[in-house]
Design a protein around this ligand. Sequence first.
Ligand code: R2B
Ligand code: URA
Length: 300
Amino acid sequence: MSKTIPKLANPNLDTMPSDFLYHLDINVPNTQDTSDIQQRFGDVRIVCTGGTASRMRELALYMRKVLGVSDPSDPVDLCERGHRYAIYKVGPVLCVSHGVGSSTFSVVLHELLMLVKYARCQDSIFLRIGTCGGLGVPPGTVVVTKDAFNGLLRNEHEIAILGKLVVRPAQFSEDVIRNVMEYGADPKDGFQTISANTMGTDCFYEGQGRTDGAICEYTEKDKMDFLQKCHDMGIRNIEMEASMFASVTKKVGVKAGDVCVTLVNRLEGDQVTITMDQKHEFEQRPFLVVGRYVKKLLQQ
Ligand code: R2B
Ligand code: URA
């Protein structure tokens, strides 16, 4: 199969003489000759993203083990001077923090997509490795997103552009979903990895039907009716990035997937009550699943 470099969906990029990926602190002085960027990032195949810089640093250390990279040095944050996000590189894998929610994630996602274009990365795959609330599944379950729904329970992402609402479809790559399940899930792990629908909301509290935020204008029954409706639609986890992530990557033709571990069963409560040690243990689970997938992918 022929390899592809992302084309993106912005004709202006073809006529810009230079570009500064501001939040990444990466300068592209000459868009017609990106050999320097190609040298630094041209081997990247998989861009792993996740909420926090410390988790992405841990993922980088884990990827060293998965890929057999023996390097005793501390992982270097390649965009430390940008002060917003962190990027670690382990061979063909980038581990990048994206903050909380679609708005912070979309900023770094745009810049990462431009980075892989300028670096002429072939067939790059974007992944989000995150945490989420679960719906009717035990805390610690790993969910690989099938369809991404927004807070209106639509399988799309809405964004205001030039004063108008633009609606785009929000599906992840079927290949990625299938392969993450096939290569990554292992019943011997002692936890479940399932493929199911995800709701990505713009708010952790009201947007996810919680009754414990600073504002709540609905009853416990309204909340449970809504969560039950989500469950009936095959939604098994709730987080804050899936619909934006699916829609942006789909729009530019880059394959992507979302792999998250549940921290709470929302049919049983709103508060995340697991201990920080338990949370840390749960956060390793998507590492295991994605690690196996990445290893297999790179062997092909
Ligand atoms: C899951 O966890 C974060 C909120 O606590 C958010 O980034 C998400 O999607
Ligand atoms: N992240 C979310 O967005 N929701 C939860 O319930 C837990 C983590």
